[in-house]
Design a protein around this ligand. Structure first.
Ligand code: IMP
Length: 192
């Protein structure tokens, strides 16, 4: 089976993505591939960051690899926090800090529409690049619901569901999520 290096050491993401690429590719983390160090993420778009992270791996290995970048885009906040979702409340903030800042920013807003968008950049062994995008629309809740998942999961309720991402079993979230959709497109492209 083909090997793919995923530009992450986030065990949560690895588990999600390995399940989706099961039977299609063996997914190695940065650590599995012997790569260490902080990957720069300095672009101002999701596509730019995904490309930057995948290029960092490819430049060091010349092996097939991919990277993802995700943002939560809130309509009433003009698309913020977007590409800055991880650091919304500051450089070393927690998921809880980010949620607190988001709920405060939306205080008094009736428009709670938001989406999660993920861009995956695949670089094949020959250096050719391809992008895959996934998106899920929903609303930002007024308070946290559920304890599963990570990030903004407790305050995001996808359309056509009455529960937050943090209240869903992982397989249900994967089937409809931004990253799930982007990785599904990657899997379809890679499937022999
Ligand atoms: P990353 O680009 O995948 O690292 O995502 C950036 C930030 O978006 C993360 O630090 C989380 O705060 C948030 N995020 C990404 N994916 C999810 C998700 O599936 N649920 C909730 N928050 C997420």
């Amino acid at each position: 089976m083909q090997e793919l290096i995923f530009a992450t050491n986030n065990q949560h993401k690895l588990r999600e993505v390995r399940a989706m690429l099961d039977g299609i590719a063996t997914v190695l983390s940065l650590g599995d591939a012997g790569l260490h160090g902080e990957i720069p993420e300095t672009a101002d778009t999701l596509q730019g960051n995904a490309e930057q992270k995948a290029q960092w791996v490819w430049q060091r290995t010349h092996k097939a690899c991919f990277a993802d970048d995700t943002g939560l885009e809130v309509e009433a906040l003009g698309g913020a926090p977007g590409v800055y979702s991880a650091r919304y409340a500051g450089e070393h903030c927690s998921f809880d800090d980010n949620i607190n800042k988001l709920l405060a920013a939306l205080d008094g807003h009736d428009n709670r529409r938001a989406d999660f968008r993920t861009v995956v950049c695949l670089i094949e062994a020959d250096g050719s690049q391809r992008f895959f995008e996934g998106r899920v629309d929903g609303v930002i809740l007024r308070e946290r619901l559920g304890t599963d998942g990570f990030g903004y999961d407790p305050v995001f309720m996808p359309d056509r569901f009455a529960v937050s991402f943090a209240e869903m079993p992982a397989d249900v979230k994967n089937a409809i999520s931004h990253r799930g959709m982007a990785v599904k497109k990657l899997a379809e492209y890679l499937r022999p």
